[in-house]
Ligand binder design. Sequence first.
Ligand SMILES: [Zn+2]
Length: 304
Amino acid sequence: MEANAGTDLQPFSSRYHSEQDCMEALIEMKWPNGFVCPRCAHTRCSRLTSRHIPLFECGKCKHQTSALVGTIFEGTKVPLLKWFEALDLFLLPGGISAMRLSKVIQVTYKTAWLMLHKIRHAALEFDARELLCGDVKVNSDQYGRNPSRCQLSHPYASAVVAGCTVTESGEPEQVKIRLVPHKRGNEKRANRHDLTAFINGHVDVRTSVVQLFPQAFRLYMPLRRVVREAWESLKSTYGALGLKHLQAYLNEYTGRRRLRLQGELPGAEETMRQKLLCMCVAIPAIPYRRLIARQPNQPLAAAA
Ligand SMILES: [Zn+2]
């Protein structure tokens, strides 16, 4: 690939031009109503600016902390400007592969891979906290299989349970797609038990009216389309994905889709970026060991 590959990627213009700009944005996001000591909840502090990363010392217990503690940026050696650029690129309609990111922001492939997984993990944890509620549709669907070419088997086809809330016009709004990893291959489908498990884990049943679509020939079509679009999008950005990290990529897809739906209004791009940044500040980074220890259900087809 030529050296300037990726320069055609122009995300929305950034208002952060220096490390300091980024740091101030993180401080603002971390303590929107002013400093709160993480140890004793005291609100007065002194700011020690002699360090590369500004430290805040609690006026009562003298505990020292920074705005990066407990965020995905904690302990990073990558400049924040590169992180912010990565967040912008993550929000592109198809996302960005680690290979591409490493070239655009000029870090190693491994660093780019880790950065993307940390962002993905934050989006996942955030998504897990938000249950579906209201008018909820739930499909027993398949991921990775083209129903119009039924005769071709696809090795990565997997049963999924997909659920969504819908807008007044019936379009999926918040979407969750969960793999049923022990049911791989063509014709494998989630059963009633899998659907119930999905509802218990991801739907606020007290405030929802849930409609189930357990049969392949009678799915909720707008939601089925989202599952197909997820497959097409992940395939084109990442190539073939094995099951080890597939759930994380699916969450990335649905999370980005939702952020982008909210960002479609004029002037809402900044809101979209702020929401992603908020997730990254609210969620501690996943430790590398935990990330690579995810149990593969199937060998990785290709690095993404
Ligand atoms: Zn304190």
